[in-house]
Design a binder for this molecule. Structure first.
Ligand code: F0G
Length: 458
C-alpha cells in the first residue's frame, strides 16, 4: 500500500478558535454592515481572509525570538538576516522595513518620478497604489491566458514578452526605471512565473537599458512550481532554484509576512550599491535606522529562520498540496474555482457561482457573506467592490473576474478545516438558485473602499 502523504511537522502549541451558531453569525455580520473586515477575529471560525502574517512560526523561530539582539545599530540579528538573504538571493545590499508596502514606499520614493512607466505582471494593489501616488503608471503586461479562469496553463503569472517589448521600445529608458515581476502573481490567482520567462524579461531589460525588481512576497512558492512544472528543474533543490531566479533581477521588495513565515516584517535587497544608497535615506526617514528599519531584533532573527524553513521542499510540498486539496474538494462538488490552483489561495468564480445576481449587486461579496453565515469561514471579495469607482466618471468598475479568495495561512489549519470550507461552499452551491439578491453600498470612501465599505442586503 502506498504510504499516505502527511505534513512534515507535528503540533506543539494550539490556539482555541470559536464555533458559533447561525443566529449569532447573522447578527454579527449585520452589525459589521456586511463587511467581513469589520468582524472581530473571535467571530470567525476559519479565517481565510489572508495568508499574510497569519502563519504559524516553528519552535526554532520562537527560539530565535528569545535570542534576538536589540542593539539599535549593528545588531547580530540584522547580520543574521542579511546573511540569509544573501545566501538565498545573492544580493549583497539589504534594508529591513516593517512590511512589504513599506519597502515599496521607500524604494519608489527614492527612484520613481512623475510620468514614469512601470511594466509588470498584474501589480499588487499596494504596489500599484505606491506607483500611482507618485503620478507614475503601472502597465500590466500579464499573459492573456491569465484571464481565462479555467484554462490550465502552468505559468499564468508570466509576462507577455511582446507587450513588454512594445512598451520598452516606445519609451525612453529614463522613463522606465525598472520592470516589476511579482512572484507568484497574487492578483491573477497566486500563479507562478517560469524561469524561462524571468530570463527573457531580464534579457529585454538589458536590451533596453532598464532594471528588474522582483516583488518577492511568495518567491519560495514560485520556486516550488518551477521545480514541479518546468523542464530541467526537478533535480535541483528549492534553494538552488531560488538562487537562479534572483540571478535575473537587480533587486527585490519583500513582504516577509508571506514566505518569511513571520507575523510582521519586510525588506529590500539589491545587487548593486546604487539603489541601496538612494533608498537608505528614505529608509531612515520612514522606517528606522539602516540595521533595523522598523523591525525588532528578535523579529529579524525569527525571519532569518523562517526564510530558511520556507525554502525547504518538504515544507512547500505540504503547503501547496493543502491549498490544492481545498481546490480539488471544491472541483469535486462542481464549484467553479480558478485553475490551476494557486500557491497560496483558492479563488472561487463568484459570477459563475451566483449567476442570478447582477454584477451591480456584487456577487463575490454576497458569496463571501453566505460563506460566513454557513460555517463562520471568512474569505475576501476580489471583485467590483475592491476595484473602486473610476476616478473620472465615478461609475463602478467591473473587473473581468469577480472572485472570492480563500487564502490559506501557512502551517495553521488542518485538512479537516479544508473539508469544512469545501462542505460549506457545497451547501451554498446546492441552494444557489434561492439566493436571488445581493448587496448594495450604503457608505464608501473614494479609494480602497473595500476595507471600510458599509453595505446592506438588497
Ligand atoms: N506584494 C504582494 C504580491 C502582496 O501580496 C502584498 C500583500 C504586498 C506586496 C504588500 O505587503 O502586506 O506586507 O505590506 N498582500 C496581502 C494579501 C495583504 O492579503 O494578499 P504587506
Amino acid at each position: 500500500m502506498k504510504i499516505p502523504y502527511a505534513e512534515p511537522y507535528k503540533i506543539k502549541m494550539v490556539e482555541q478558535i470559536q464555533k458559533s451558531s447561525f443566529e449569532e453569525r447573522k447578527k454579527w455580520i449585520k452589525d459589521a454592515k456586511y463587511n467581513l473586515f469589520n468582524l472581530t477575529g473571535k467571530q470567525v471560525f476559519i479565517d481565510l481572509l489572508t495568508d499574510s502574517g497569519t502563519g504559524a512560526m516553528s519552535d526554532k523561530q520562537w527560539a530565535a525570538l528569545m535570542t534576538g539582539d536589540e542593539s539599535y545599530a549593528g545588531s547580530d540579528s540584522y547580520y543574521r538576516l542579511k546573511e540569509m538573504v544573501k545566501k538565498l538571493t545573492g544580493f549583497e545590499y539589504f534594508l529591513p522595513t516593517h512590511q512589504g508596502r513599506a519597502a515599496e514606499n521607500v524604494l519608489f520614493s527614492a527612484i520613481l518620478k512623475e510620468g514614469n512607466l512601470i511594466p509588470g505582471n498584474a501589480h499588487f494593489d499596494t504596489t500599484k497604489g505606491h506607483i500611482e501616488f507618485r503620478k507614475a503608471v503601472a502597465v500590466d503586461c500579464t499573459v492573456e491566458k491569465a484571464f481565462d479562469p479555467e484554462l490550465i496553463y502552468p505559468f499564468k503569472g508570466n509576462l507577455d514578452l511582446e507587450k513588454l517589448e512594445d512598451i520598452l521600445k516606445k519609451n525612453p529608458s529614463e522613463n522606465i526605471p525598472f520592470i516589476i515581476v511579482t512572484l507568484t502573481c497574487n492578483t491573477t490567482g497566486g500563479q507562478p512565473v517560469s524561469m524561462q520567462n524571468l530570463k527573457s524579461v531580464q534579457g529585454l531589460a538589458h536590451k533596453y537599458n532598464t532594471k528588474v525588481i522582483f516583488d518577492s512576497a511568495r518567491f519560495a512558492e514560485n520556486a516550488y512550481f518551477i521545480k514541479i512544472r518546468e523542464k530541467g528543474y526537478r533535480n535541483l533543490t528549492i534553494k538552488e532554484i531560488v538562487k537562479e531566479m534572483f540571478r535575473y533581477a537587480d533587486g527585490m521588495t519583500m513582504s516577509s509576512k508571506k514566505d518569511g513565515i513571520v507575523n510582521i516584517g519586510g525588506f529590500m535587497a539589491f545587487r548593486d550599491r546604487d539603489y541601496y544608497d538612494r533608498a537608505s535615506v528614505y529608509n531612515i526617514m520612514f522606517e528606522g535606522y539602516l540595521t533595523y528599519g522598523g523591525m525588532a531584533g528578535r523579529d529579524m532573527n525569527a525571519l532569518a529562520q523562517g526564510l530558511d524553513e520556507a525554502t525547504e521542499f518538504n515544507y512547500l510540498e505540504s503547503r501547496i498540496n493543502q491549498v490544492a486539496y481545498l481546490g480539488e474538494q471544491c472541483s469535486k462538488y462542481g464549484i467553479p474555482v480558478m485553475k490551476p490552483y494557486g500557491g497560496h489561495a483558492i479563488f472561487v468564480n463568484a459570477s459563475k457561482f451566483l449567476s442570478n445576481i447582477p454584477r451591480e449587486e456584487f456577487p463575490a461579496q454576497t458569496l463571501a457573506i453566505e460563506l460566513y453565515l454557513e460555517a463562520g469561514v471568512r474569505g475576501v471579495e476580489l471583485g467590483a467592490i475592491m476595484a473602486d469607482r473610476d476616478p473620472v466618471t465615478r461609475k463602478n468598475r467591473f473587473p473581468e473576474l469577480e472572485l472570492v479568495r480563500l487564502a490559506i495561512p501557512r502551517r495553521a489549519y488542518s485538512y479537516t478545516h479544508m473539508d469544512v470550507v469545501a462542505a460549506a461552499l457545497k451547501n451554498i452551491y446546492d441552494r444557489r438558485n434561492k439566493i436571488k439578491r445581493g448587496v448594495k453600498i450604503v457608505k464608501e470612501v473614494p479609494i480602497l473602499r473595500h476595507f471600510t465599505v458599509e453595505l446592506k442586503k438588497c
